[in-house]
Design a protein around this ligand. Structure first.
Ligand SMILES: *Cc1c(COP(=O)(O)O)cnc(C)c1O
Length: 359
């Protein structure tokens, strides 16, 4: 038997979500973030469906080259820039724009002779505490880039929001103010907003927005559903029941035998596990849909299999479809049950899971 676990990727949902970005940020150009294999949805397919985006963002050179290999001719931005001097020429050659976030990168650029000059974004750390120049160093870094022969075009300016997933958190407004002050008087287009910021803080939109998660139909906010934001989930992770077993009261289910049948009952076995990217920490009670009904996961998630309490789905039989997440079962719910975020779940869908682009 071949594996029946599949991730169906909806073209119409991706296209709808891009339209939703345009509607929410009508004055901005859209840099669609497709790092990590299009958040696990498949880089080439996602980029093809989102061809209407004004640019794409990936993490690094390798992902940028994969986009070029997939035939993408639009502007591509490498969010981590170059990892060493050798990558400067490779980025320039592939016409990939580099984020410059550290002093060592400025020095490497000053010594570089890439043949073809590089387009760059200057990243300022306004409160994320991760990548970027301190605000006070931004003007000097901007001038150094302007003077650098290896750099071409206007210097664009960017920062990244640490708390935009919480619309009530004052940290985002503080970051916006710090960015404004640090970049005052510096020419160049600006980009600040990830999905959360572009939806909850429209004043962050500037010339370019950088949505990722919302393009895939997932809410960036802990407290608001994707549907309430007008988004449609793009991934449907599904498998099938491969066994339905009658168990007696006191029978144990799965590794460790932690789950014990309280009464005689049907236990379903579905062909998906952490080897496919289903989270091993999903506890008993995590919702799964079997033949259109929600039933609880029971027992530990194993590498290839999960076990299900079928008392709410007495007609369920081997071969029935099993939905792990998708339009009818928000991946955000599974993430909450497993103590993680939906970003991680979609990114973790394993290579052995067949991806099919549909509708
Ligand atoms: C991943 C990423 C984004 C997209 O964030 P979402 O929350 O997925 O919208 C934007 N900008 C940078 C720098 C990123 O790393």
């Amino acid at each position: 038997m071949g594996r029946t676990t599949r991730a169906l990727i909806s073209r119409s949902a991706l296209a709808h979500n891009l339209a939703r970005v345009r509607e929410a940020a009508p004055g901005a150009r859209v840099m669609a973030v497709v790092k990590a294999d299009g958040y696990g949805h498949g880089l080439g397919e996602v980029a093809a469906v989102l061809a209407g985006a004004d640019a794409f963002a990936v993490s690094c050179l390798a992902e940028a080259l994969a986009l070029r290999a997939a035939g993408v001719r639009a502007p591509v931005v490498a969010l981590q820039g170059f990892g060493n001097s050798a990558e400067i020429a490779a980025l320039a050659e592939a016409r990939v724009e580099a984020v410059v976030h550290a002093a060592w990168q400025l020095e490497a650029l000053a010594q570089a002779d890439p043949g073809r000059p590089l387009r760059v974004w200057l990243k300022i750390d306004t409160g994320m505490g991760r990548l970027g120049f301190p605000p006070a160093d931004a003007p000097a870094a901007w001038r150094a880039l302007r003077a650098c022969p290896a750099v071409t075009g206007e210097i664009r300016l960017m920062t990244h929001m640490a708390n935009a997933d919480d619309p009530d958190d004052g940290a985002t407004a503080a970051q916006l103010a710090r960015f404004r002050a640090a970049t005052e008087g510096l020419a160049g287009e600006r980009s600040l907003a990830n999905s959360g910021a572009l939806l909850a803080f429209p004043e962050s939109q500037a010339e370019w927005v950088r949505p990722g998660i919302m393009l895939y139909g997932i809410s960036p906010f802990g407290t608001r559903s994707a549907g309430s934001l007008g988004l449609r989930p793009a991934m449907r992770l599904e498998t099938r029941l491969i066994a339905v077993n009658r168990r007696g009261a006191g029978d144990r289910v799965g590794y460790g035998g932690e789950w014990v049948c309280p009464e005689p009952m049907a236990v379903g076995v579905a062909a998906v596990g952490y080897g496919d990217g289903y989270p091993r920490h999903a506890p008993a009670g995590t919702p799964v849909r079997v033949a259109g009904r929600e039933v609880p996961l029971i027992g530990r998630v194993s590498m290839d299999l999960i076990t299900l309490d079928l008392r709410a789905a007495p007609q369920a039989a081997p071969g029935d479809p099993v939905l792990l997440w998708g339009e009818d079962l928000a991946v955000e719910r599974i993430a909450a049950a497993a103590g993680t975020i939906a970003y991680e779940l979609v990114c973790a869908v394993a290579g052995r899971v067949e991806r099919l682009t549909v509708d």
